[in-house]
Design a protein around this ligand. Structure first.
Ligand SMILES: [Zn+2]
Length: 170
């Protein structure tokens, strides 16, 4: 009888803990850029310069990776940003060249998107380039790395930061 009671309280306790703790759902990919990552903007993205600058939202307080513009030269870029005016349904796509370099292409849906959608797309694609895969659906509102749709927040969210910590914070 006593044991059963203890089991009951243990279950309640476990339930309370799981409700109180944030359930992280980030997923990592194979990209690894080290503590500094250099990004290069092709001339094709120059009409979207203000949106491209959202790359640096990854330089949040306590970040493990610091993103630096490589257009001034002298750097070996980790991230290339490009625009192609074709309609393939994608806002953007991050294609790894190897584990430390990624070519990001933005497409017509990006061009036709709202300014907020453009900003969030840039933050999202750069997230792929520095090591994050899509988060699990359960955490969509806590992640710029959600697979579908937008949060209206063009900066790394708690789930994204936990993912970066898991990858680089050792
Ligand atoms: Zn994605």
């Amino acid at each position: 009888m006593k044991n059963r009671k203890n089991l009951f309280f243990a279950l309640i306790f476990t339930l309370l803990i799981s409700i109180c703790l944030p359930a992280y759902a980030y997923d990592l990919n194979d990209q690894y850029v080290g503590s500094n990552a250099y990004y290069y903007n092709y001339a094709s993205v120059s009409p979207y310069q203000s949106h491209m600058n959202k790359v640096t939202t990854w330089n949040y307080q306590g970040a493990y990776v610091f993103l630096v513009n490589a257009n001034t030269g002298g750097y070996n870029p980790n991230i290339y940003q490009d625009f192609l005016d074709i309609d393939n349904g994608y806002f953007g796509y991050a294609a790894p060249l190897n584990t430390r370099q990624t070519h990001i292409t933005y497409y017509r849906a990006f061009k036709n998107g709202t300014p907020d959608e453009k900003d969030e797309t840039v933050v999202h694609e750069v997230g792929h380039a520095i090591g994050l895969h899509h988060t699990q659906k359960i955490n969509d509102i806590n992640a710029v790395m959600r697979e579908n749709g937008f949060n209206g927040k063009a900066y790394p969210l708690p789930d994204d930061k936990e993912g970066m910590k898991a990858k680089y914070g050792r």
